[in-house]
Design a protein around this ligand. Structure first.
Ligand SMILES: Nc1ncnc2c1ncn2[C@@H]1O[C@H](COP(=O)(O)OP(=O)(O)OP(=O)(O)O)[C@@H](O)[C@H]1O
Ligand SMILES: [Mg+2]
Length: 378
């Protein structure tokens, strides 16, 4: 019996997608040439998105996986490595995996990587070791916030008192003290959000009202002289989310876009929304494929994200700006992840897009706006 190559291909795809381990093929250039469904879930990105980037974009800096891939290419023989920690803000906490890396005989330089997540027992074991440390870090963060913010308000108050009797020359110094203390307070406030694990209220929201609000804030302040256009799909169903957090997400994205185009006289930001029912993703921790059909994008025509930044774009403290804290995109990733969505970036000169994909609100059909308490993180 002869097997039709097309149907053999379909069967091979079905088999790979049925495997409950993430499987990727990395080509000779380091690009992710193939990703099965589980790999989409593992990396929190669609296969087509993964295909555009090098594997180093998606794994923590300095991870042994890259060395392993090189080793397999060189030796042309499979290599396994156990208990590799791939935890990162992008991949999530507790990503402890066994890696199986093998060369693809028919495609020189290409390797296949299979990720086997360690058993719960392993994770629990590791968590127990780290729990006390984690607790003290969270405690330290809130203690620091308290210990920094209180004295700062004293310093600020004292500077304001001095200001009233200061000469014009000295007044610029007292203003400096006030501005800088304000900056530290707002930095500490932003840090606090990361350690805040309280449940948030979510409702079925019309994203366009959120985007219009963000646009109004931007136009009144940091994007006063920048053109902001929108192209909305008016029939878009509701998204189940916390309004304040979504405002924060799009404010951060629009602010970055505004900063990216600030040098250009023809700088423009575009907000778009669309319904893309085809976008499905398996989600870590669940065997189901969930649909992420709500697409909200912020585009700008700035110079693009510097290439060396792309792999770490969503990590905290990554910034190229003199006054940047590098917390904007880390916060975006945390909030969207907490809502069951994903955020991706496509960037080239003159066209940068930050794309947020989210599930549809379960109550979208009824569009009730009764607050519902959920226990999502953040
Ligand atoms: N639209 C964009 N175009 C080009 N580069 C961008 C864009 N958005 C983000 N970046 C790059 O990513 C970096 C990280 O962004 P992020 O918002 O996390 O921090 P930040 O803007 O530097 O500081 P903060 O948001 O805390 O003020 C930026 O410094 C910038 O280099
Ligand atoms: Mg920013």
């Amino acid at each position: 019996m002869t097997v039709n190559p097309a149907s053999a291909n379909t069967v091979a795809m079905a088999v790979l997608n049925a495997i409950q381990n993430a499987v990727i093929m990395v080509d000779a250039n380091g690009l992710i040439a193939f990703a099965n469904w589980e790999a989409e879930a593992f990396f929190g990105a669609s296969a087509s998105h993964l295909a555009r980037y090098k594997v180093s974009t998606f794994i923590p800096f300095g991870s042994p996986l890259l060395a392993l891939i090189d080793q397999v290419r060189e030796r042309r023989a499979p290599v396994n490595e156990y208990r590799v920690d791939l935890s990162s803000p992008r991949l999530g906490q507790d990503k402890l995996v066994d890696l199986y890396v093998a060369p693809v005989v028919s495609d020189p330089g290409a390797v296949v990587v299979v990720f086997q997540e360690r058993s719960m027992a392993d994770k629990i074991d590791r968590q127990l070791t780290h729990r006390a440390a984690a607790r003290s870090v969270t405690g330290l963060a809130s203690m620091l916030a308290h210990e920094i913010k209180n004295p700062l308000s004293g310093i600020r108050g004292a500077a304001q008192l001095l200001e009233s009797s200061a000469s014009d020359e000295d007044r610029s110094l007292t203003r400096l003290i006030c501005d800088e203390t304000d900056r530290i307070v707002s930095l500490v406030d932003r840090m606090e959000v990361f350690s805040d694990e309280r449940p948030v209220d979510r409702v079925a929201l019309n994203i366009h009202s959120v985007l219009d609000h963000v646009k109004a804030i931007a136009k009144a302040g940091f994007a006063r002289n920048i053109k902001i256009t929108e192209s909305y799909d008016p029939s878009l169903p509701s998204v189940f989310a916390n309004r304040d957090q979504l405002v924060q997400v799009f404010l951060n994205l629009v602010k970055n876009a505004a900063e990216a185009v600030s040098d250009r006289p023809d700088g423009e930001i575009q907000l778009t929304t669309a319904f893309r029912p085809g976008i499905k993703l398996s989600v870590a921790g669940s065997r189901e494929k969930i649909s992420l059909p709500l697409e909200f994008c912020v585009h700008d025509n700035g110079p693009g994200v510097p290439a060396d930044l792309v792999p770490h774009l969503f990590d905290p403290f990554i910034t190229t700006k003199t006054n940047g804290s590098g917390l904007g995109l880390a916060l975006v990733a945390k909030i969207i992840g907490g809502h069951g969505g994903i955020v991706e970036c496509d960037s080239q000169a003159n066209r940068t897009t930050f794309r947020v994909l989210m599930p549809v609100s379960k109550s979208a059909a009824f569009d009730d706006i009764t607050p519902v308490k959920t226990s999502g993180s953040l």
